[in-house]
Structure formats: C-alpha cells, structure tokens
Design a binder for this molecule. Structure first.
Ligand SMILES: C[N+](C)(C)CCCC[C@H](N)C(=O)O
Ligand SMILES: O=C(O)CCC(=O)C(=O)O
Ligand SMILES: [Fe+2]
Length: 421
C-alpha cells in the first residue's frame, strides 16, 4: 500500500516534470519553499559548446559537452570551492557539511560564459566552472575510461614483447620508472633487469616506487625450502595459481620476487591474468560472475611453527567490483587459504561452487598460463590484486627474496608521473 502510494507519487512527479511545472507534491513537513517552480531550459552558447540548464524542485539539471547531468542542491552547496568553504592550499573542505540545510535551494542561478553562479538563501555565492562539473559529476565520471588495462593470455603477453626496464634507468631516471609503471599498470606484471642479486638491491628497487608493506613475514623476506614458516611456500612442493594474503582484510597490493639462487631443477614461476579469466566468466556466465562478486568468503592463515604464532582472517568476495561502474579491481583467489564457508546458506553455497568452478576452469586453461624461470638479476613485480602466481615443484637449493608493497603508494608514484591510476 505504502509502496504503491510512493510510486504513484514518483510517477506523478515525473509527469509533472515533463509537463514543465512542479507542484509541491511531496509535502514533507520540513521540505521548505515548495512554491511552484517554473521549469524551462535556459540556453547559452559558450565557446561553441551549447549549454542548457534547468532548475527543478529537488535538483539542478545541466546539459553540457554532450552530457546530461543532475545535481543535488546539497551536493552543489557542499562542493563549493570558495575560500571560506575550501582550503585550496591543502585541498581540504573547510565547510561543515552538517551545517547545510538538507532542503537548501539556490535563490538565484546565473551563467556567465562557462561559469555557473549559485546564490544561496544566506547570500553566499558558489561558482562552478562547467568543465569542472562535467569532470566531477556522476554522469561524467561514468563516461570516463576505466583504468586502462591490457588483459592477457600467454600469447597476448608474449606477442606484446613488453620490454624489461634496466635497473639503472629504473633507479636513476623518471622515464625509466614511468615506462616500468606504465607496463605494470597495463599488464599487472613487470620486470627489472640487471639487478645485483642481493636483498639490499631488491629493497632499493622496491623503495623507488613505494613504501614496503611490512607483514607477519617481515619487511623484506628471504626464503628457502626450510619450512621455517608454517606455509607450503617454504617447501619444494608445487603451488597452484593463487593470490597472496587473501587472509588480510586488505590483501597486499604488489608482490616483488627476486630469485637469488637456484641450484637444481624445476621451480618455474606461473603467472595468470586473473582479470582476463574473470572477463571470460563475465562473457560466458554473467550470473556466476555476479555471484562471485557478492558472496563474502573467509580466508585464514593459522600458523603454529617454532616461534611463529599467527591467526589471520580476511573476509571478502573472490571478485571485488566498484559498485558505481562495475569495474573489477581485486581478485582474491587462494584455494589453500580459503576457510570454512559459513557466510551463506546451502543453496547459495552450491551455486557458488559452480561459479568458482567456472572461474577455475578459465584460470587453468593452458593458453592462459605464462611460465617464466626467475633468474638472479631479474626482479618480477606482480599486481597481487590482479595476477595470480604459482610455481612448479623443484629440486635443490633455491633462494628467493622479495617483499610486499602498499598499493596506494605505488599508484601515488604513478599518478605523480602523470599516469592514469
Ligand atoms: C611470500 N612469502 C613467502 C613471504 C609468504 C608466502 C605466503 C603464503 C601464503 N599462503 C599466501 O598465499 O599468502
Ligand atoms: O616459490 C615461489 O616461487 C613462490 C611461492 C609463493 O607463492 C609465495 O611466496 O608467495
Ligand atoms: Fe604466493
């Protein structure tokens, strides 16, 4: 009943909007100044781009640069960039948003060239450049290209002939670093060549692009198959494709690997683009993709070896997508570390297993596997939110060093170099 009345009101409001005049249909007690507002388009031609705007009862509508945008009045007041509302030195808001009347409406609106002026009931004036609005509106944001990426299988990656960056150019030039980061952002993996095979040099590389993320494994780690920690990584066994630290609330963003020594056979590294596989699932079974993005799962790390006692738990879906544009930004896939599923009822569990199988089949297609033998001097950076890694079993003495990086800091470096990240 209530539902019907509401939708009736909404459709009435829409009809009224089409008709050109709004009446005070929603008579909430604190909905101020419900005087009928004349709705008509104001047209202006500025710098060959036509602009039209309309003041509606509860929002402002703007057509500019081929975009129809709608703005809430509180939003327009809240984002005011005047000196008293916004500190342009710190890029921080000074306005106390809670002091804005939730029913605020501009007293006057005027357009001058490419600037919109809103005069608020207390006389305060907010200025918006039209291009700023296009860039910052919900509608404009939706049009923006999402993070440019090249999704790959083994053939695509090999054909691309992505060049490695030389250690010296990486450490000493901005071009070298930028080239490296560009490849890293596009493919989710990147190599640095001619690195002296020591832990110290590996650390220097890591620090060039980010803060090192210290974890229960330490800051820089150095490992062999000595089972010094309670994890299969510290053995000679094969490891199927996975992402690391799925048992953290925020899995580590980047993983750095440098093989310092291997006297023996096997031990090749496997890399699989998780986003490529997820894209295949989206194409073939969109409802399964959706389920994988909705069902929250626990992963855990329980360690009780020697002096090491840890119990980590991380909860989140396998596929993490931004709710506003559906862009996939993080895959959490580790069948070893996945904990008991008790977050959903049995029938959803069954559908989840089916969806997980579909994704696993994609991840395991031989054509999606890129195998590489890590060698001293060649450092591999892996986007642990996108690319899965694994390894072949091996014999002999094998020493690997590396670290995790905080993703925010890597992206920060990339943005400062002018890259979209
Ligand atoms: C990289 N390093 C050897 C330090 C740790 C390995 C952690 C392995 C764990 N099962 C995971 O996937 O997170
Ligand atoms: O030994 C390797 O090559 C990688 C092992 C692993 O998956 C890890 O350390 O995260
Ligand atoms: Fe791993």
């Amino acid at each position: 009943m209530w539902y019907h009345r509401l939708s009736h009101l909404q459709s009435r409001l829409q009809d009224l909007l089409k008709g050109g005049v709004i009446y005070p249909a929603l008579s909430q007690p604190n909905f101020k100044s419900l005087l009928p507002l004349a709705v008509h388009w104001h047209h202006t031609v500025s710098k060959s781009l036509t602009c039209a705007w309309q003041q509606h009862e509860d929002h402002f509508e703007l057509k500019y640069a081929n975009t129809v945008m709608r703005f809430d009045y509180v939003w327009l007041r809240d984002h005011c960039r005047s000196a008293s509302c916004y500190n342009s030195k710190t890029h921080q808001r000074s306005l106390d948003t809670a002091s804005v009347d939730l029913c605020i409406k501009p007293k006057n609106i005027r357009l001058d060239e490419t600037t919109l002026f809103f005069t608020w009931p207390d006389g305060h004036v907010t200025k918006y450049d039209l291009n700023w609005l296009v860039k910052n509106s919900y509608e404009g944001q939706k049009q923006k290209v999402i993070q440019p990426r090249i999704l790959w299988n083994a053939e695509i990656y090999q054909q691309a002939q992505v060049p490695s960056v030389d250690c010296q150019s990486f450490l000493e030039t901005n071009e070298g670093l930028k080239k490296f980061l560009q490849n890293f952002l596009l493919y989710g993996i990147a190599f640095v060549e001619n690195v002296p095979p020591t832990q110290e040099h590996t650390e220097k590389l890591a620090e060039r692009i980010s803060l090192i993320r210290e974890t229960i494994y330490g800051r820089m780690w150095y490992f062999t198959s000595d089972f010094s920690r309670g994890d299969t990584a510290y053995t000679k066994l094969a490891l199927d494709r996975h992402t690391d630290t799925t048992y953290f609330q925020e899995p580590c963003g980047i993983q750095v690997f440098h093989c310092l020594k291997h006297e023996g056979t096997g031990g090749r590294t496997l890399l699989v683009d998780g986003f490529y596989a997820a894209e295949q699932v989206l194409q073939k079974a969109p409802e399964e993709f959706e389920l994988l993005s909705k069902v929250p799962l626990k992963h855990e790390y329980i360690e009780d070896v020697g002096e090491c006692h840890n119990h980590m738990i991380g909860v989140g879906p396998v596929l993490n997508i931004y709710p506003w544009n559906k862009e996939l930004y993080l895959i959490r896939y580790n069948n070893y570390d996945r904990a008991v599923i008790n977050t959903v009822p049995y029938d959803v569990v069954h559908r989840w297993y089916t969806a997980h199988r579909t994704l696993t089949i994609e991840l395991r297609r031989p054509e999606n596997e890129f195998w590489v033998k890590l060698k001293p001097g060649r450092v591999l950076f892996i986007d642990n939110w996108r690319v899965l890694h694994g390894r072949e079993c091996f014999t002999g003495y094998r020493q690997l060093c590396g670290c995790y990086l905080t993703r925010d800091d890597v992206l920060n470096t990339a943005r400062l170099l002018g890259l979209q990240a």
